[in-house]
Design a protein around this ligand. Structure first.
Ligand code: ZN
Length: 459
């Protein structure tokens, strides 16, 4: 059994690992590189392996940095089978098609720039909507948590709930080669226990090797309760001043969790029942519908009393642009959730334009905001920002709530790793260099590897 690392090696994005065993080539994830670097360039590079020679792609979950290069893989000749959970398959379809749309927009923008400069730069999108649709044909069998799938003779895969987003899994891969059994577990992204909608991560009992993410390998999260209180307080205060609350949010998971907390707030009378809530994001609405279709991937107690955990009395699902624009006439008493989370694009910018300058309103950031984004500028205390070509003074109350993380913290990562017995080697991926080094020092003695991009190991 061999393993090589073609993404998320010394980096937090672009997850892509290749296992060669029992005469087959199995890819685990094929994610997009994201962040401040020249994205198009890095994603367009050769994969570091032959896409036509891949037999299976096992997908841990539907975040873009784990599934975003699947259409490119198919475009470059992949003809194997994608195996994932049913919930991940539905979410991946949404994420991949949205990504194709963004790639097309981005390539048009590059085309305009290069024609202005008179150069003919590379304007082809990484992949088109047609490529994305084509790649969906390779999604084959679906995996059920805890049930072993014989994906090929001598090759078995078991998906274990990773508790990170709907349908997310850690994958145990077992191979038999000339009478010798070898196994490796690939963590995917590991969730944070105590989340409202998802079960806690369930690591496999044993494996010969472990490949694990280390995003927050150097820190501990604040308790979730404190974050929920902060959210309720921000809403109550803004409503008291006669303003609105804008929540820039990503479509997957966070949007559904916030809906769940708002419902909880109304049920416990900590938020007004008359509150109007707008989910102003077609993608978040689709993701919420996928959530409702997959109770098997959620906490069973959520659905026991037959109530919809994401239903709110004053909830408006806003798909149409005209409806979205109508929200601008509401001056107070509304919570407006819109994408995207870093305010780099999407409808949230219109709501910021109408509320940022108002002392009565609040903006609540509930997720990570990268450097150079509008969200980050506001979080860092800018007095004035440019929104949709206009200079807008920042007078609204700004809240940054960091406790809603979908990732395990250091203590949870260590507990997850400690639950897997018999592993000789631990590979650390999906983390920044210093974070992985800090985490490595916390692990019990044993062989620890921090792979370089395209590095290969014998297991
Ligand atoms: Zn993820």
């Amino acid at each position: 059994m061999k393993i090589s690392f073609h993404g998320a090696a010394g980096d937090v994005t672009g997850s892509c690992h290749l296992v060669e065993a029992a005469g087959r080539r199995i890819l685990i994830d094929c994610g997009m590189f994201q962040g401040s670097r020249e994205l198009h360039q890095e994603n367009a590079e050769p994969f570091g392996f032959d896409p036509t020679a891949i037999d299976f792609l096992l997908l841990t979950h539907a975040h873009l940095d784990h599934c975003g290069r699947i259409p490119l893989l198919a475009k470059r000749g992949f003809r194997g089978e994608v195996v994932t959970t049913a919930a991940s398959r539905d979410l991946a379809r949404l994420v991949i098609l949205d990504s194709a749309h963004l790639q097309e927009e981005e390539s048009q923008r590059r085309g305009r720039t290069s024609s202005r400069r008179g150069s003919d730069g590379d304007t082809e999108p990484l992949y088109s909507t047609v490529d994305a649709l084509g790649s969906l044909d390779y999604f084959g069998r679906t995996a059920v948590y805890g049930e072993t799938l014989e994906i090929a003779p001598g090759l078995r895969a078991t998906f274990h709930d990773a508790g990170h987003i709907l349908g997310s899994a850690s994958i145990l891969l077992e191979a038999e080669e000339s009478g010798r059994r070898r196994s490796v577990v690939l963590s995917g992204d590991i969730g944070n226990a105590g989340r409202p909608l998802l079960r806690a991560p369930e690591p496999p009992a044993a494996a010969d090797a472990v490949v694990m993410e280390t995003t927050y390998g150097d820190r501990l999260h604040r308790p979730l309760d404190a974050s929920v209180n902060e959210l309720f307080q921000a809403i109550t205060e803004a409503f008291g001043r006669g303003g609105n609350v804008i929540v820039p949010t990503f479509a997957l998971e966070r949007a559904q969790e916030i809906l769940f907390y708002l419902r909880q707030g109304i049920e416990t009378s900590r938020l007004p029942a008359s509150m109007q809530v707008f989910l102003d994001s077609p993608m978040a609405i689709s993701a919420t519908e996928i959530f409702r279709r997959h109770p098997e991937a959620c906490k069973p107690e959520l659905l026991r009393d037959g109530k919809d955990p994401l239903a709110l009395p004053g909830l408006h699902m806003v798909r149409e642009t005209a409806q979205s624009m109508a929200i601008n006439h509401i001056s107070g008493g509304a919570v407006i959730m819109a994408g995207n989370g870093m305010a780099t694009g999407g409808r949230v910018r219109h709501h910021l334009k109408h509320n940022l300058w108002r002392r009565e309103s609040s903006v609540v950031f509930v997720g990570f905001a990268a450097k150079g984004t509008l969200a980050r500028e506001i979080i860092d205390g800018a007095r004035q920002v440019e929104v949709l070509g206009e200079e807008i003074p920042v007078r609204a109350h700004i809240h940054t709530i960091n406790g809603f993380s979908a990732h395990a913290d250091q203590a949870e990562l260590l507990a997850w790793r400690a639950a897997i017995k018999g592993a000789e080697t631990t590979f650390l991926v999906h983390g920044e260099g210093p974070t992985m080094e800090t985490f490595a020092r916390k692990l019990p003695p044993g062989r620890i590897e921090i792979p370089q991009l395209h590095q290969q190991f014998e297991l």
